[in-house]
Design a protein. Structure first.
Lengths: 290, 387
């Protein structure tokens, strides 16, 4: 009997083993290498010396250049996340509540952009917001402006680029959460005297919070780890922490510093996940997909 | 044979549109067609391509993309493949730093054979990093037609044997939109045109550290190959940064910004400006005093199939091939005009040197610049971001 219990206790570990091994070899081991590399010394471009020294970490903690980048990254990630939450909730609500028979078509439209390369989707804004882009063309054709408006290569363009790419993640998460809500709850609230807005605010919105929070977490983390969008759509001062990693690894060929910055970004974004776990509980993530 | 995934294919399509080769309607149509084709026939085509490659030796080539890659593919690689039975698998890099990063990460040069390498500085870096090959010049008889002046800096670094053959040259001068800047003004201001406050928000720049430092030196009235006051250089770079709308990072992006009039003035690569002029855009070009000239080479990495690589280089240096590529990419050939008759189109290209001595052009001295690169690259990356 005792043997049977012991075997039963080990079963979860057997079942978890593939996932744990995958995480160990694909996440923990590579990140350990990166951590070790952060203590190496960059002697010249692309020339590193094996060492155990802290100059890269000292630079990170004492140089305001990196703190500014962290601040900019957090700030932009919060802006994009909040806008995505507001803009994403509406279509998610519509898709979840619609009586349209072919709802699958709406979901298909939602994931359709994923068929096109992320870079192309980002670059498409040049053809929309550029001097000779569609928006300027329409405004000039309507006679509202005489000369093209300068809309490209600003922070606003970077935010638009992020929203374009990450909004589907938000919508899908909120949609899944809304889909799981009993449809009778809102009418029930109405019969108890709630206005439509009150019914939404006090019944639907709280129940959809797991999905909204999961979407926020995803958008925040994805934005915080980006670097291509500011490169393509931003001006000289539009950059995120990821751009510093790109600079260190590809431009300065300083892998130890790149490793230091990469590990820092991992920790920062990890802290966001920990904070989320404290506030919402990570089990809420799974609720969003029930 | 082009080695590309769907993303790269889309990027090239978009680049062609930026270059003015494809109109918007065709672009959208081809995007849709490419998506369907990739989905339906991608797997089959990949399989067939593998079989085709198995027939001969594959040479992996990495270059600058856009009109440059198109010229090489059309005038050099396709004819070479037909003549030799070997395959050239070409792709675009974002800079040699990217290739070096990949090679370093992989720990070997597998999948990397020949680079369209930029300048003597990078030649020295590749050699110093231990990736230089030893070309057997007896297998490249067309090397005899190449200008002595353009080979000399490479031989100075590796006196015993070359790892690359010089292939073309050009300048990084100043491009300006003639609707907004006159030729007289551009010539009068020279490098300081890029500091004209009235053009704020309409100025572009190449986001390359060495180039920024070079132009900072020009703007602070210093000899770029003998900079004595780096603070003055960075002050000028900061002054320029505050006026710039966008630092571009590729030839296609440069052409797009100028063609769409997002910017009116910028540093620019001579060949890309010639391509824009060819398309009818109102773009003028000047080389300011001490403007930056550069030479590009076909660098063969250590571990490559040398006999085939030498055969390809010899084919590329054949006058008929070299001149056709020069006309296509709009950069003058490295062949000596005193030995090989140049076409009128090549003679009219910006930066063309009819003497075959390159004495009118100022190149970056690798002995001066390479030891400083670590510092000035880090400095520039900070300044670019507001530092």
């Amino acid at each position: 009997m005792a043997d049977a219990d012991a075997a039963l206790d080990r079963r979860p570990w057997f079942l978890l083993a593939p996932a744990l091994l995958a995480i160990a070899f694909l996440v923990i081991v590579p990140m350990s290498f990166i951590l070790v590399y952060s203590f190496y010394e960059n002697v010249d471009l692309a020339v590193d010396k094996v060492a155990f020294q802290f100059s890269n970490w000292q630079a990170l903690f004492h140089d305001s250049y990196y703190r500014v980048a962290i601040w900019k990254t957090l700030r932009l990630s919060v802006i994009v996340t909040m806008l995505a939450a507001v803009l994403g909730y509406i279509p998610a609500y519509f898709i979840a509540m619609t009586t349209f028979r072919h709802r699958w078509l709406l979901l298909l439209l939602l994931i359709l952009p994923f068929w096109v390369s992320f870079i192309i989707r980002t670059m498409s804004w040049i053809h929309i917001l550029g001097n000779e882009g569609a928006l300027n063309g329409i405004l000039m054709w309507l006679g509202l402006i005489q000369a093209p408006l300068q809309m490209m290569y600003q922070e606003g363009t970077v935010i638009i680029g992020f929203l374009h790419v990450f909004l589907p993640y938000m919508i899908l998460n909120v949609y899944v959460s809304l889909e799981g809500i009993d449809r009778n709850l809102e009418p029930a609230a109405r019969t108890l005297g709630a206005t439509p807005w009150q019914a939404f605010r006090e019944v639907t919105l709280p129940l959809s919070m797991p999905g909204l929070a999961a979407g926020c977490l995803l958008v925040f983390v994805l934005t915080g780890g980006s670097y291509v969008t500011p490169l393509i759509l931003g001006g000289p001062r539009d950059f995120l922490f990821g751009n510093l990693i790109h600079d260190a690894v590809v431009s300065e060929l300083n892998w130890p510093m790149g490793a230091t910055l990469s590990f820092t970004l991992l920790v920062l974004l990890g802290l966001v996940v920990v904070a989320y776990s404290r506030v919402m509980g990570l089990n809420q993530l799974s609720k969003a997909f029930r | 044979m082009k080695k590309m995934d769907s993303t790269k294919r889309y990027e090239i399509l978009r680049e062609r549109m930026g270059n003015g080769d494809v109109d918007r309607r065709t672009f959208m149509g081809l995007m849709g067609a490419a998506g369907i084709t990739a989905g339906v026939s991608g797997g089959v085509m990949v399989g067939m391509a593998r079989q085709a490659r198995a027939a001969g030796t594959s040479l992996y080539f990495e270059g600058w993309g856009g009109v440059v890659s198109e010229a090489l593919r059309k005038h050099a690689f396709d004819p070479y493949e037909a003549a030799s039975g070997n395959t050239v698998i070409d792709s675009t890099f974002g800079g040699e730093g990217e290739v070096l990063t990949k090679i370093k990460a992989a720990g070997n040069t597998d999948g990397h054979n020949i680079l369209h390498s930029s300048g003597v500085s990078w030649y020295k870096r590749w050699v110093d990093a231990g990736y230089g090959s030893e070309l057997n010049e007896a297998n490249i008889p067309n090397l005899a037609n190449v200008m002595d002046a353009i080979i000399k800096p490479f031989r100075k670094i590796t006196p015993d044997s070359l790892s690359a053959v010089p292939y073309d040259y050009g300048t990084t001068g100043i491009a300006y939109n003639t609707k907004h800047v006159t030729k007289e003004e551009a010539e009068a201001l020279g490098a300081n045109l890029l500091l004209k406050k009235e053009l704020k928000g309409k100025i572009g720049g190449w986001g390359d550290a060495a180039n920024r430092a070079w132009y900072g030196a020009l703007q602070s009235d210093q000899d770029p190959n003998n900079i004595t006051d780096w603070d003055a250089v960075w002050d000028k770079v900061r002054e320029s940064r505050d006026l710039v709308l966008k630092y571009w990072s590729s030839g296609a992006e440069l052409m797009d910004l100028l063609a769409k009039e997002e910017i009116y003035v910028t540093e620019a690569w001579s060949g890309r400006v010639a391509a824009l002029q060819d398309q009818g855009h109102p773009i003028g070009y000047i080389d300011p005093k001490n403007g930056l000239a550069w030479m590009e080479s076909m660098f063969v990495l250590k571990g490559s199939p040398m006999a085939e690589a030498e055969e390809l280089l010899n084919f590329m240096l054949d006058p008929a091939t070299s001149l056709a590529v020069a006309e296509g990419q709009k950069y003058p050939s490295s062949l000596d005009p005193n030995k090989v008759a140049m076409t009128d189109m090549i003679k009219a290209l910006p930066a063309y040197d009819a003497t075959g001595t390159l004495s009118n052009l100022v190149f970056r001295d690798p002995v001066v610049w390479n030891p400083l690169e670590k510092d000035y690259t880090a400095a520039w990356n900070r300044i670019a971001k507001g530092g």
